[in-house]
Design a protein. Structure first.
Length: 301
């Protein structure tokens, strides 16, 4: 079985206080974009994994630390399947880039193994397993545009009309998501955080949802926000320069994607995005033009 799952951008990411379970409360808006992970699942006596891709995969674990392998084993355990599987993953989403590539692998593995084994667990069962694997995995399963609350795993579909065009600048060395949250906590403790949300009133602003509903990139640009951006910039000063360059070259706005270091620039349309991508590439940046929203994990014929 061949399943394709998309990476994501956090159009809005508000981070609340640290919870008792070790996660932070979130109010976020995910948008799935046209940068994909491809997972091929084939019958096997045991569980094994192979990874290749258009991005640097040297840091991807091949053991039980890998979310896709854990997803396959979890599905087998929950449904009583005694077969194994070999997963061949081809990555297109940057590793540790803040775009949920590992979560997309896990979502794709769930769908691929479900189809391969004929478990009959259903979409609700897959969602429940996805939530156990990680906060971003349920969204990679469903795709589109959605509001995430709780740890980000409680999803409510958001109406997003039309198409949004983005230019991504890949950031090279990845950033650790847990470390970025710790950095943000430290910034807030010292009063240095750029984030100004009232943590007890954490929610996605109505203006963000209205802009998505209108399909207007011009309306969305001024209301985009990412609380983790301050932490990412503190670790990687070059991110701030990339953000400034993208806007100077014509983007409506730029934002760090998730925990970074990938930066995402919202553009006025396909032509504007193509021109920005070319100019960023000419300046030596690793830039890609993608669009959203796109569907979540799907079987490829």
């Amino acid at each position: 079985m061949h399943v394709r799952a998309p990476g994501k951008i956090n159009v809005y990411l508000g981070v609340g206080a640290l919870r008792g379970d070790g996660y932070h409360s979130l109010a976020t808006v995910f948008q799935a974009v046209s940068l994909y992970e491809d997972v091929h699942a084939s019958p096997s006596d045991g569980f094994s994994l192979e990874v290749s891709g258009e991005v640097d995969v040297s840091g991807v674990p091949l053991d039980d630390r890998n979310l896709a392998l854990r997803a396959a084993k979890l599905l087998a355990a929950e449904t009583g399947v005694r077969d194994g599987v070999h997963l061949d993953i081809r990555k297109g989403v940057p590793v540790a880039g803040g775009m949920g590539g590992g979560s997309a692998d896990a979502a794709a593995a769930l769908v691929a193994c479900d189809a391969l084994w004929g478990t009959g667990i259903g979409s609700r069962g897959l969602h429940e397993l996805a939530a156990r694997l990680g906060a971003d995995v349920p969204f990679a399963l469903h795709g589109g545009t959605a509001v995430g609350t709780g740890r980000g795993d409680v999803l409510t579909p958001a109406l997003a009309r039309g198409r949004f065009d983005w230019v991504l600048v890949l950031g090279g060395r990845g950033l650790s998501t847990p470390e970025m949250y710790r950095r943000l906590d430290g910034l807030r403790a010292h009063g240095d955080s750029l984030a100004d949300d009232a943590l007890e009133l954490l929610e996605v602003p109505v203006a963000v949802l209205q802009a998505l509903r209108s399909g207007s990139a011009e309306e969305l640009a001024p209301v985009m926000m990412n609380d983790l951006e301050a932490a990412a910039v503190l670790d990687r000063a070059d991110i701030e320069l990339v953000l400034a360059d993208g806007v100077r070259m014509g983007a409506l706005t730029g934002i760090v994607s998730g925990s970074g270091p990938t930066t995402a620039f919202l553009c006025g349309g396909p032509e504007a995005a193509g021109a920005l991508r070319d100019e960023l590439r000419a300046s030596g940046r690793d830039a890609l033009h993608v669009h959203g929203p796109v569907p979540g994990a799907r079987v490829v014929d």
